[in-house]
Design a binder for this molecule. Structure first.
Ligand code: ATP
Ligand code: MG
Length: 424
């Protein structure tokens, strides 16, 4: 036999038994997003590489080493999207929505691609669902996105998520804070991990949330950004907190919370679930007031989040919300043909039932009547339809209730109607 081919490293197949939960998550997300006035948008899975370089930032993990880029067309090539915010903003600018209707709310659900080192909970093709509210600076909008995310998790049965929020300032106050951090860290530079040593020159704020113990200890003594926010950012942050409290959202201010993407400003947040250990973030978001400008549009305030679907699923499973792996309900009717001659009639009846909106299936492997009956039992259909020559002669078939064992001979013409009246 030829050598088998496996799915690429860092990818997962979603098999039928996984889909029930996936669907519930996606349906719940759609419902909650639409309740709050967000509209679905679907952008391509690949974009001009420049879009990500310009928006996410040249010296971020994603752009430096995690992008799947291929050459085609212009010199920068194309890249499989590592996240969806930049693409949504690209569409906003491309269709000049700022001219027609500046304020827009979008949501998306779909696959993202990052060439990360394969490890537990990290995939190279993973999925995110997220919202983007574009065209307003209102701090209540920051709060709205957090409320929407919390509501989504709560409807999914995940009530014990933690909301961590912070402000990382704006172009007025952040550079000053960066200088302060750099000044403070300069003497201890030798004690930082290799990555943080690099971060010193590129994005010193990221030292604040380094997961290395030694960096964490050093970071604990660093000044808080909250003492260095400009009045505008400080007021904005106060308003966000006020709106959250007013809405009954429990949150924790974590002044070391910063995000890995360059485009954030002011509010940043993460929603975590305690069951996930070190990688506990299931949803991450914040404000990105400079992003639209960065990709060629006018200054436009915007805020949003991206929730990791796989991470959310892990949390749901850990929280034992009752969602197991289950391929979903079996067809209500399983049709068994007694002999080869009846197979065509069986096929016809099954198709007619489906056309009438009744789920039905049958054997396609030419198996014995006994084996077909075994399948009917095993898959858990509610009724078995037995199609035999004697009944066919009379234009009928036998319908067996699998729970009670009751059998009825039913006219084929009236089969769909009869089954519908049973209210299975
Ligand atoms: P992290 O610190 O978890 O790497 P990030 O800053 O790279 O986060 P975002 O781009 O903000 O993450 O993505 C939001 C969420 O998407 C993450 O919290 C996580 O749940 C999920 N996610 C990100 N990268 C991956 C991946 N490679 N595999 C699976 N899920 C991912
Ligand atoms: Mg990451």
């Amino acid at each position: 036999m030829a050598k088998t081919i496996k799915a690429p490293r860092g990818t997962e197949d979603m098999m039928p038994q996984d889909w029930r939960l996936w669907r519930r998550i996606e349906e719940t997300a759609r419902e909650v997003f639409e309740l709050a006035g967000y509209y679905e948008i679907r952008t391509p899975v690949f974009e001009d590489t420049n879009l990500f370089v310009r928006s996410i930032g040249e010296v971020t993990d994603i752009v430096e080493k995690e992008m799947y880029t291929f050459r085609e067309g212009d010199s920068s090539g194309l890249t499989l999207r590592p996240e969806n915010t930049a693409a949504v903003m690209r569409a906003y600018v491309q269709y000049e929505l700022h001219k027609t209707k500046k304020f827009q709310k979008f949501y998306y659900i779909g696959p993202m691609f990052r060439k990360e080192r394969p490890q537990a909970g990290r995939l190279r093709q993973f999925h995110q669902m997220g919202v983007e509210a574009i065209g307003a600076d209102d701090p209540m909008l920051d709060a709205e996105t957090i409320i929407v995310a919390v509501d989504m998790y709560s409807r999914l049965g995940l009530n014990d998520v933690a909301v961590n929020i912070n402000s990382i300032g704006c172009n007025d106050c952040r550079p000053g804070f960066r200088d302060i951090l750099k000044g403070r860290l300069e003497e201890q530079r030798g004690e930082l991990c290799g990555l943080c040593d690099k971060r010193m020159d590129r994005n010193v704020l990221r030292v604040l949330d380094c997961k290395e113990e030694k960096c964490g200890k050093i970071a604990a003594d660093l000044p808080s950004i909250h003492e260095h926010l400009c009045p505008c950012c400080a007021t904005h942050f106060e308003e966000v907190k006020k709106s959250l409290s007013m809405s009954g959202i429990d949150y924790v201010v974590d002044d070391h919370l910063v995000r890995g993407l360059d485009y954030y400003s002011k509010t940043v947040y993460e929603i975590t679930h305690h069951s996930l250990g070190a990688r506990s973030t299931i949803c991450a978001g914040g404000r990105y007031d400079y992003l639209v400008e960065e990709i060629g549009g006018p200054p436009t305030g915007a805020v949003g989040f991206a929730a990791g679907i796989e991470a959310s699923i892990l949390a749901l499973k850990n929280a034992a919300t009752g969602d197991g792996d289950n391929a979903g309900p079996a067809p209500d009717i399983y049709a068994v043909s007694i002999s080869k001659e009846c197979k065509a009639d069986c096929f016809n009846i099954v198709n007619n039932l489906r056309a009438a909106g009744i789920s039905a299936d049958m054997d396609f492997e030419d198996r014995s009547t006994k084996a077909q009956m075994r399948t009917a039992n095993k898959i858990g259909s509610k009724m078995t339809l037995i199609v035999g020559p004697d009944e066919i002669e009379k234009g009928a078939a036998k319908l067996k209730n699998m729970e009670s064992g009751d059998e009825n001979e039913v006219e084929i013409e009236k089969m769909a109607e009869f089954i519908k009246e049973l209210n299975l």
